[in-house]
Ligand binder design. Structure first.
Ligand code: ARG
Ligand code: ZN
Length: 876
């Protein structure tokens, strides 16, 4: 918590560090309330930073300083300045050893940043600026140092871990022991990690492409030791993939993963010692859904990939965060696409991007992929930096092609290994390796907002000439009223009336990438024998919106015949959007609702296409979520969105009941569980059918859910049946299912979190009162972010109906929780408040109530810098 308004940090103010730290020796004497940290830093004037010897400024927050010494001589209290955010020490020599001793309170640290306790286990989270909560240090990523760490703890903490290799261990009198770790790679402080606890491990081995053997270990609390197999398998697959696709080999003799229950994010790539949110690493068929298995595979890979894209080559400053995050998300998405169904992975990612990142980019916190200012960097671990950042890297990949991109990444790693660099360096390596000019492309890093492509066409049958006219624009965003044109790769194909793909040139090419660079541009295709149907932005080749006036018949042709699976799905989405927009309009006008027959027929024919990947069928059958409809709407009318979507879902379920039943029965066989793409696809379609069947609330359908609930042997089927029974049908049945589920799984943290979320996200069972009751349940804990996300997060982000109750009670509830959380965990508070920061987009009544709720947060007293930044920017 701070005294004054937090200050804003600007990219334009970046200066090289005055001092470098060649080596960092740390010693921790662990005690819950009074851990003693002793450091010895070899410091040297940075020759690149200028003349003279300016004072040394170290960051430090919530530390109790014990002593400071230079080259073995203790400093008196008048020989340095200690303030709220750090230490200032006058310097008299160009190189010296600084010794500092301070105390910290891990048990009292509920921010989950720095060193803290989670269920009795000590662990750390230092990215972005958590190391300053451990000891005084130049806590910035461009200061890279070799770390040696000694951990001293009571013997009932048998496992003591840090980065690198273990180099010593021993006993200390008085029931204590120590372990010393040395990391041979220089790294910034944000990659430091320490773990101490009563942990068990599973161990495996990986032989790298040059034949080195690496020990792989996953540590958990003893009760979870049976849930590590999938993560281990994913890790080995990721290590192999990075060798094959990027030529990147692992560089230490040991790679460790630790599962931690209290964690603000998904996981953290600390050098050689990744720390994971338990929910993102632990899984077994009985306790984890397919979605969890896939998420674990991608996060394990993501953190592993950071060893090169993040650790070996790191960020110069936090404005460059997307340098490592955008690139690494792109890498993990490609890995997942290679391990599973590429099309389905792309659809999942794009529908998330369009719903949540587009909303972020159109909201008060909109910022470029490389932000140019921040108050609190934790607020910039965003969908824009991660997901849009990954799309930017993907566009480079599309423009350069597979091989060109690899040449670029090879040059990037070669040039910058061991360095802290910028997004500019990344783009420059791509250019230099390929002899291309990406000058205009760089605007993707500096301009915020989602571009819009308005596309029209013209066909000259006499000349067999087809002209595509493209106009690009981008809405104003905070601080950026005008935008310059982007460089946009538009991948496309042209379909003939029978659905076949037309040749685009004399070579017979059937797909091309147009490079849009102007505000308005026309592209001419010669020798096109008939008026074609354009299949635009295939594979979502750029993070933009596309407007083109398709007729419903054209969309149905694309759905059926496009060679691009992503665009088949997208055509179905467009058809659904249109039908749902009409329903919303009719609802507001008080006209009787009627579902467009085209949509019904389109959905029926999807079910009948047996040659399609079942997962793709499931995706195509799923109506856009209420959140997605809200993002698409000009003005959000929550009531109309809910009415339209419910009406459409109900009608589809009833009209297609027999087809859905047939699909369900066909896939309802009991196979042993494997988390493999084909099986996941079948379960996905089966459970999508089950959810639809239950929408009708017919006894026949609810019985199917009952039977599946009782007999399921894996969590995917069990959770799907539970959700169906909670969301539909009578109370008694729902309560019985919820209760037996809880009784069976109450000892399993991950399953309990699922149980909480099923309820708080349920339109039928997740009323505000029900959510308050869940918060009073022993399973709820305000200091555990996973529990908070499962209850408060699921309610406000996924329970559109209950959160948007017309009396505004949902908004007031969220404000109240955010205020309470800010005292414990500012990062979580600042994230959770998001739904009410979008008040401007709502219709008037809702808007006023949301605004009032947001204002009440502002007026509640002293806010953390995290929450203050989000709330103050959103009230403007
Ligand atoms: N670098 C981590 C990852 O994306 C995320 C750590 C974020 N931590 C935070 N406090 N915001 O893999
Ligand atoms: Zn990351």
């Amino acid at each position: 918590m701070r005294d004054a308004q937090p200050r804003t940090v600007y990219l334009k103010d970046y200066r090289k560090p005055d001092y470098l730290v060649d080596s960092t020796r740390l010693r921790f004497e662990l005690e819950p309330n009074s851990t003693v940290v002793t450091s010895s830093l070899e410091i040297r004037r940075n020759p690149a930073a200028g003349e003279g010897l300016p004072p040394l400024r170290l960051d430090g927050v919530n530390l109790e300083l014990v002593s400071v010494g230079i080259d073995g001589v203790a400093l008196g209290v008048d020989e340095y300045t200690c303030h709220d955010e750090g230490l200032i020490i006058p310097v008299h020599r160009g190189a010296f050893t600084l010794e500092i001793c301070n105390r910290i309170d891990p048990e009292g640290n509920t921010s989950l940043e720095g060193l803290y306790l989670s269920n009795g286990m000590y662990c750390t989270q230092c990215e972005a600026e958590g190391f300053r909560k451990i000891t005084y240090y130049p806590d910035r990523p461009d200061v890279m140092s070799k770390f040696t760490t000694t951990i001293v703890a009571p013997r009932d903490y048998p496992v003591l871990l840090s980065n690198g290799n273990e180099i010593a261990r021993g006993e200390i009198e008085g029931d204590r022991h120590f372990v010393t770790w040395e990391d041979p790679f220089a790294k910034p402080a944000y990659l430091f990690a320490l773990v101490a606890g009563r942990l068990e491990k599973v161990e495996d081995q990986f032989t790298t492409m040059s034949g080195r053997k690496v020990t792989l270990q996953i540590f958990t609390e003893p009760k979870n030791i049976g849930k590590c197999e999938h993560a281990m398998h994913s890790l080995k697959a990721a290590m192999r993939w990075d060798e094959e696709v990027y030529g990147r080999e692992y560089d230490l003799d040991i790679f460790m993963i630790v599962a931690v229950d209290h964690f603000n994010m998904g996981a953290m790539e600390n050098k050689g010692l990744n720390i994971f949110n338990s929910a993102c690493v632990l899984a077994s068929p009985e306790t984890a859904t397919d979605a969890a298995f896939q998420r674990i595979e991608s996060i394990v890979a993501h953190e592993y990939f950071h060893n090169w894209s993040g650790n070996r080559v790191t960020c110069r400053d936090w404005f460059q965060l997307s340098l490592k995050e955008g690139f690494t998300v792109f890498r993990d998405a490609e890995f997942s696409a290679d391990m599973n169904s590429r099309a389905v992975k792309r659809i999942e990612d794009v529908s998330m991007l369009r719903t949540t990142q587009f909303a972020e980019d159109a909201g008060p916190m909109s910022h470029p992929v490389r932000p140019d200012s921040y108050m609190e960097i934790s607020n910039f671990y965003t969908l824009t930096v991660y997901e849009k950042g990954a799309e930017v890297v993907r566009m480079i990949h599309t423009l350069l092609g597979e091989e060109g991109f690899r040449r670029g990444s090879d040059l990037y790693f070669e040039r910058h290994d061991g360095c802290a660099v910028t997004c500019e360096d990344f783009v420059a390596a791509m250019e230099d390796a390929n002899g291309v000019d990406l000058k205009q492309f760089r605007r993707w890093y500096s301009q915020a907002g989602t571009p819009l492509l308005e596309i029209s066409d013209d066909y000259d049958s006499a000349g067999e000439r087809y002209t595509l006219s493209v106009r690009q624009s981008c809405p104003a965003t905070p601080g950026q009223p005008e935008k310059k044109p982007f460089h946009i790769p538009l991948k496309l194909g042209l379909l003939a009336g029978d659905g076949s793909e037309l040749a685009l040139d004399t070579d017979g090419t059937r797909e091309t990438v147009l490079e849009i660079t102007e505000a308005e541009q026309a592209f001419v295709f010669e020798g096109i024998p008939e008026r074609p149907l354009p299949s635009l932005l295939r594979g979502f080749s750029a993070p933009v919106r596309v407007r083109y006036d398709y007729t419903p018949a054209q969309l149905r042709l694309l759905m059926r015949a496009d060679s691009d699976a992503f665009n088949r799905w997208d055509a179905g989405q467009r058809l659904a959007f249109r039908a749902l927009a009409q329903l919303q309009q009719d609802f507001r006008a008080g006209v009787e609702l009627q579902l467009q027959p085209e949509l019904m027929e389109a959905y029926r024919s999807i079910l009948q296409q047996e040659d399609l990947d079942p997962a793709l069928v499931a995706e195509m059958l799923t109506l856009p979520s209420a959140q997605t409809l809200a993002e698409e709407a000009e003005v959000i009318d929550a009531e109309a969105i809910i009415a339209a979507r419910n009406f459409a879902e109900q009608n589809l379920a009833e009209a297609l009941f027999e087809d859905l039943l047939e699909t369900f029965r066909r896939l309802d066989h009991d196979k042993p569980y494997r988390p493999l793409a084909d099986d996941i696809a079948e379960r996905r379609l089966k459970n999508t059918a089950l959810a639809y069947l239950c929408v009708t609330e017919k006894e026949e359908a609810l019985q199917l859910a009952d039977t599946q609930f009782a007999s399921a042997t894996n969590m995917t089927d069990s959770a799907a049946a539970l959700a169906a029974l909670v969301n539909r049908g009578d109370d008694q049945r729902a309560q019985a299912a919820l209760q037996s589920f809880y009784e069976r799984w109450k000892e399993d943290d991950q399953v309990v979190e699922l149980w909480l979320a099923v309820q708080s996200s349920s339109p039928k069972r997740g009323s505000l009162e029900a959510v308050r009751a869940l918060m009073a349940h022993p399973a709820f804990e305000l200091t555990n972010p996973n529990r908070v996300r499962s209850v408060i997060g699921a309610f406000s982000n996924r329970n559109f109906l209950q959160f948007h109750q017309p009396d505004g009670s949902g908004f007031r509830f969220l404000a109240e929780q955010v205020i309470a959380l800010d005292k414990l965990n500012p990062q979580i508070a600042a994230r959770l408040v998001t739904p009410i920061t979008r008040w401007k987009k709502y219709c008037q009544g809702q808007q006023e109530m949301m605004h009032a709720a947001l204002q009440s947060v502002m007026d509640s007293g002293q806010l953390s810098a995290d929450l203050y930044e989000v709330v103050s920017k959103s009230l403007k």
